[in-house]
Structure formats: C-alpha cells, structure tokens
Design a protein around this ligand. Structure first.
Ligand code: K1U
Ligand code: ZN
Length: 168
C-alpha cells in the first residue's frame, strides 16, 4: 500500500468537485485502504479523496484515539441535519490553522461502505462535524471558506511563506 500525498491550500486541485463512484470495486477498495493508511499516519480524524487529488466521492473517518473505529463513506448524502454547534476545526490541507466553525449538531447521512452496501448513520458531536467537514471537501469547499476573506488571505500568505521557507 502507499501513503498518499495530501494537497495543501491554496492548491487549486482542492477546489475540484468530486464525482460519484460508479461501482465499488477493488480499485476503489485500494484507494480506501490507502486513505486510511494516510489518515492514521498523518495523524488525523478524517480524510476526503479530494485532499489526495482523487476526485471521487470517498471519505474515511476515525475519531477514536485508538484508531480502531474506521468509517468509510462512499457517495455520502446528508438526509437531514438540525441544531447548531461551534467547534475548533483543523485540516490536513491547511496545516497549523485551527478556527472555530459553526455547523449542524445532528446529521443523518446515507452512504455506501467499502463493500458497496448502503447504510444510514445518525450522529452528533465531533463525528457530525467531521462528516460535514469532509463532505465539504468533496464539493471543493474548505473550512477556511467560512472565515472572512481577510483571514483567508492571511492564512494563504502564511502557508505560501512556509512552503517557500521549507524549500530552502
Ligand atoms: O483535513 C481533514 O479533513 C482532516 C481533519 C478533520 C477535522 C478535524 C477537526 C474538526 C473537523 C474535521 C483533521 O483530522 S485535522 C487533525 C486532527 O483533528 C487531529 C489530529 C490528531 C489527533 C486528533 C485530531
Ligand atoms: Zn479538511
């Protein structure tokens, strides 16, 4: 298996809208396995295929400390959401930046798993936040898009400066 390269903001590939997976076959299962490997190595609690420059609707999540509760969502759809919660979010594609973001408290999501079987999950708290954050990635949206354009510009400058410095 392989660790996938995670794209960083402001890479424009992060803005590409992912396409639905047509068939959950061995190629998709390999991508899912590599996404989990990448997620656990990072480490992070979620990863969308878009972040690895793969433009298919695939998300992997594991919010457990022991990294033993893997969840895979293929072609995810939010069936319903309600309530409000504000949580500090980070993103592997926006390293070192943490901001409070307002999201729905409860979500019900329907998706396919790694075996191509449909399932529905009703959840709240951090898992609900993570699902919303990762589903945004699949539509080319980043959590920093919820901030002011001034803040986003500052983040853009900071990350570009860090990239230049790391190259030297
Ligand atoms: O880039 C991503 O989409 C992953 C991101 C997911 C996320 C974090 C917080 C709120 C919403 C969504 C991360 O995993 S950032 C890293 C992180 O949260 C973490 C890292 C190590 C241990 C525990 C958490
Ligand atoms: Zn992210």
């Amino acid at each position: 298996m392989a660790i996938l390269e995670v794209l960083h903001f402001p890479n424009t590939q992060l803005r590409i809208k992912a396409k639905p997976v047509q068939q959950v076959d061995n190629t998709i299962r390999k991508i899912v396995d590599e996404m989990f490997e990448t997620l656990y190595k990072a480490p992070g609690i979620g990863l969308a295929a878009t972040q690895a420059n793969i433009h298919q609707q695939i998300i992997v999540i594991d919010i457990s400390e022991e990294q033993n509760q893997p969840l895979c969502f293929i072609n995810p759809k939010i069936l319903s959401c309600d309530g409000e919660q504000t949580t500090e979010e980070g993103c592997l594609s926006v390293p070192g930046i943490f901001e409070k973001i307002k999201r729905a408290e409860h979500v019900t999501v329907q998706a396919l798993n790694q075996n191509g079987e449909s399932f529905t999950l009703k959840t709240d708290g951090l898992l609900a936040v993570c699902i919303q954050h990762e589903m945004d990635h699949l539509t080319g949206k980043l959590f920093i898009d919820y901030l002011s354009s001034l803040k986003r510009q500052r983040i853009r400058k900071k990350l570009l400066k860090e990239k230049r410095t790391n190259k030297k």
